[in-house]
Write a protein that binds this ligand. Structure first.
Ligand code: ZN
Ligand code: ZN
Length: 235
């Protein structure tokens, strides 16, 4: 069985079909309560801890998760909204998404993130692309999947305009090394579609924010009016 599954995963490039197939052969159980159906059931999703609106950098309380005034001098992000804390169940969910091909759970994660979207603002939704070597290993980019779901839920357009320029990744790298790696990590395509736009960057987890900042700097330089971010979890 395991062999057959591995084989299927290997040959099937359309991962959403594979995911559906897998859910028939071996249905997911909720990581929180073991209910069958999804890795994160509606009830457990609802019970994930809420992060009070805060500045993502200094963690001080800030309305609508705006980057606070002192932090704004060194940030290009207008706000970073975070759906939940990267711990316990949320951490398990992200781990399964990254390392166990559990891409169907992005639907549930996006549902949760959608609660943090400002319904009065028109956004262009932009996923923060994962390093391409990781996508090749995994077969999908979780930020793109999350962004797709959020575009569906919000009715806002998705523009996949950020591309990775290199394949360096951050595991084990020190902060100074990471920042150096990030210089020039992205390039922008389809510049016309982001001109004067409010960008909503989508990612699964934010830690230091250096990736988001690097993307925001480039997008602002490329003509975006404002760059906000919406992520599933932060430690
Ligand atoms: Zn559950
Ligand atoms: Zn701050």
């Amino acid at each position: 069985m395991q062999l057959a599954l591995t084989y299927l995963q290997h040959i099937n490039h359309n991962m959403s079909i594979f995911d559906r197939l897998l859910s028939v052969i071996a249905p997911y159980e909720c990581l929180g309560c073991r209910t069958e159906g999804s890795l994160l059931c509606d009830s457990c999703n609802h019970q994930l801890p809420v992060i009070p609106p805060r500045c993502y950098r200094c963690r001080k309380v800030s309305p609508q998760a705006l980057t606070c005034r002192p932090c704004r001098s060194s940030s290009r992000l207008y706000s970073v909204r975070v759906a939940t804390i990267y711990t316990g169940l949320a951490k398990d969910v992200v781990w399964n998404l990254k390392f166990h091909g559990a891409q169907a759970v992005t639907k549930q994660m996006a549902k949760r993130m959608f609660r943090n979207i400002d319904p009065d603002v028109s956004y262009v939704i932009v996923p923060v692309p994962t390093a391409s070597s990781r996508i090749r290993r995994r077969g999908y980019d979780q930020a793109v999947l999350l962004a797709r779901e959020l575009a569906k839920l919000s009715g806002q357009p998705l523009v996949n305009c950020l591309k990775r320029t290199n394949q360096s990744h951050q595991v084990g790298a020190r902060r100074s090394q990471r920042l150096a790696q990030l210089k020039g990590a992205f390039r922008v395509v389809r510049v016309g579609s982001i001109h004067n736009a409010n960008i909503l960057l989508i990612d699964d987890v934010v830690t230091t924010g250096s990736t988001l900042e690097s993307a925001a700097t480039l997008l602002r330089r490329s003509g975006a009016r404002r760059v906000e971010a919406l992520v599933f979890a932060q430690p």
